[in-house]
Ligand binder design. Structure first.
Ligand code: F2R
Ligand code: MG
Length: 315
């Protein structure tokens, strides 16, 4: 396989990996880790329905807009989010409020809508990080642009610094996974992540990841420390580091998704972000057919990945 063919498989792995993680996590969102893992153990880890949620719907919007505009255009991306919006996908209340504001003031004022939320500090939810995969792919070899577009695309719905940094960290993890060779050493990736422009809150989480990774493996203890020290919540700070850990701690795509589900909580988003990093690292070839065939709109998501790869080559 040529380097370019491998790269294409990494782009497809990231986009489809995110959607697969989202669809697997959705039916067990809010469950404890034990309950979520038990449900899937009983059904041999077959998907329940293959239906994706807001995570994938918004990731599709980011990809469609980057492709149509050949790069970031805030007004267009905000319009694309509104065009794609399906209220049955389980959006966060803050994001739905931003959509109402955007409909009222117009998408040309996309920079303003998210600023009024939560008493003016903006949302620190993980809604910007969960959809950022296409940014990590398109700018995988240009970290300054990657950070800039992660922040700008976050601002459409999430103005809080922790939400924007979480998105940049997730995009950078995807980019590093794209750049790594599949036999590469994972701890190198963790060291590289520490070079990202992130505040002490995220830096502290990355140090915790390193400590937990060094533990002698006793899965229940590892899981307990992940939940209490990294988190399994809806906040970017309590979910992006958990997704990074789920990838670093495991050997292949399937195990990374199983681990992400087994921490419980915001399972669709943690598994989506894990699936994006893991799929980018291991390539689409490692995502089992029994997950891909059940996934809603899998051929369209693959086509978006292919178009992002084509755009990256033309840039
Ligand atoms: N929302 C869900 N799942 C529940 C679905 C219920 C739904 N009604 C249904 O069943 O159909 N999942 C999705 O939400 C997460 C992403 O959320 P996002 O887009 O970041 O939303 P939001 O509302 O901006 O933030 C989430 C919550 O975090 C708290 N919060 C955020 N910023 C805050 C601040 N500055 N101060 C205080 N609290 C803040 C709020 O409780 C927000 O509502 C993903 O899991 C996605 O899948
Ligand atoms: Mg969701």
């Amino acid at each position: 396989m040529t380097g370019d063919e491998i790269l294409l498989r990494k782009f497809e792995g990231a986009m489809l990996g995110a959607a697969v993680g989202d669809a697997i996590g959705a039916p067990v969102e809010g469950f404890s880790g034990e309950r979520a893992a038990r449900l899937y153990d009983e059904r041999g880890w077959k998907m329940v329905s293959g239906r994706y949620t807001d995570d994938t719907e918004m990731m599709i919007g980011v990809a469609e807009s980057l492709i149509a505009c050949r790069g970031f255009n805030g007004e267009h991306m905000a319009m694309q989010f509104l065009r794609n919006y399906d209220g049955s996908r389980g959006y966060g209340p803050g994001t739905e409020e931003v959509f109402r504001i955007l409909r009222r003031i117009g998408c040309q004022r996309w920079r303003e809508a998210s600023l009024s939320l939560f008493g003016g500090e903006g949302s620190y939810g993980n809604g910007a990080a969960m959809r950022v995969v296409p940014v990590g792919l398109l700018y995988h070899d240009d970290v300054n642009k990657l950070v800039e577009v992660s922040y700008e695309s976050s601002l459409i719905t999430h103005a809080h610094q922790l939400a924007k940094e979480g998105a940049a960290l997730q995009a950078y993890a995807v980019a590093l996974a794209v750049r790594s060779d599949t036999g590469g050493e994972r701890l190198k990736m963790l060291r590289a992540l520490k070079e990202a422009p992130i505040s002490s809150s995220y830096m502290e989480k990355l140090s915790r990841i390193e400590e937990i990774l060094r533990m002698e493996r006793h899965d229940d203890e590892v899981r307990k420390r992940v939940i209490s020290e990294l988190g399994n919540g809806i906040e970017a700070l309590n979910s992006v580091p958990t997704a990074i850990f789920s990838f670093l701690h495991t050997e292949n795509f399937v195990e990374s998704i199983k681990f992400a589900i087994s921490v419980g909580g915001d399972t669709d988003t943690i598994a989506a972000m894990t699936g994006a990093i893991s799929g980018a690292f291991h390539t689409v070839s490692e995502i089992p057919d029994y997950w891909l065939t059940d996934l809603e709109r899998q051929s369209y998501i693959r086509q978006l990945a292919d178009n992002l790869h084509k755009l990256w080559k033309e840039m």
